[in-house]
Design a protein around this ligand. Structure first.
Ligand code: ATR
Length: 277
């Protein structure tokens, strides 16, 4: 007899078939020759709490969380990291041995790690950052930018009160710019981030005029389907350094994989290829 247990983790969402995380974890488990499973879990809002409470009893050691549950899981968890609380959402749940459910948010970590990998010369001191959008993804991005030491963030959102609400949470480093004037943020920005869903397959195009973009500006899009959005294509044509959004998805999964399967995985070309097939 042995009390060795096979680690099981997964990702919870509704829908879940679009999630690339199972492919990603399968690739890493194989690459690092680890025993374990990572399972896509389609869970409705009505069943969310019941499922989360029962998973540890079934041998799960944790799970990732995707739309639309990232905000709700924070209420269900027994404990949360400061960054998850500040962001108001969690993407990683850790089922502790003492039975407590611990919530974390690694989206901001994934955002910064991707930026640094795609633009190695990027540093918080290079200048102001312009952020388009004020949804859940923007909250994670802004929290990570402030945490790493960015001093000035221009923020523009179609629904201005949501940008104002972010300024209330994150403070005076944020300057809110009206959506109709959002192109004006670009001239003074060393980094530009699209956190809206504009430009995603099936969604409207990102149509903010980009003439203000300066050569050498680091431009990144959280949209990764398509991989090269029109926003990135135009930025590249303007001489900017562009970083696509797929890497954020890959890097945000690193802390979970390390915790659950015991090795910190690399995000390399093979990793990208594995989730694109
Ligand atoms: P996520 O968690 O991915 O950030 P979200 O919270 O639904 O998703 O936020 C989506 C973002 O895309 C918001 O900033 C949203 O703007 P509003 O707050 O005005 O809704 C932005 N967005 C979505 N469709 C848009 C559109 N057609 N024009 C401008 N912004 C849009």
């Amino acid at each position: 007899m042995t009390n060795f247990t096979i680690p099981i983790a997964g990702v919870i969402g509704n829908p879940i078939s679009q999630s690339r995380s199972p492919q990603l974890f399968r690739h890493w488990l194989k690459t690092y020759n680890k025993v374990g499973f990572y399972i896509p879990l389609h869970v409705t809002e009505a069943n969310l709490e019941n499922v989360i409470r029962v998973l540890p009893k079934m041998g799960f050691i944790g799970c990732n969380v995707t739309a639309p549950h990232k905000v709700d899981v924070l209420q269900i968890a027994d404990l949360a990291t400061d960054r998850a609380t500040l962001i108001g959402a969690a993407n990683t749940l850790i089922f502790r041995k003492d039975g407590k459910i611990h919530a974390d948010n690694t989206d901001g970590y994934g955002f910064i790690a991707n930026l640094k990998q795609g633009a190695p010369e990027w540093a918080p001191s290079i200048g102001p950052v312009a952020v388009f959008g004020a949804g859940g993804a923007a909250r994670a991005v802004i929290a990570s930018l402030i945490d790493i030491g960015v001093q000035k963030i221009y923020l523009s959102n179609r629904t201005r009160p949501k940008a104002e609400a972010l300024k209330s949470s994150f403070g005076t480093k944020i300057t809110v710019v009206d959506w109709v004037q959002s192109g004006n943020m670009l001239e003074d920005s060393a980094t530009v981030v699209n956190t809206t869903s504009l430009g995603m397959v099936g969604k409207p195009e990102f149509r903010v005029p980009l003439d203000g973009l300066q050569r050498g500006t680091v431009v990144t899009d959280l949209v990764y389907s398509p991989l090269k959005t029109r926003f990135l294509t135009e930025a590249e044509a303007a001489g900017c350094i562009v970083v696509d959004g797929l890497g954020m998805l890959l890097h945000q999964a690193v802390p979970g994989f390390e915790r659950w399967f015991g090795i910190r995985p690399d995000v390399d070309v093979d990793t990208r290829t594995a989730v694109l097939v």
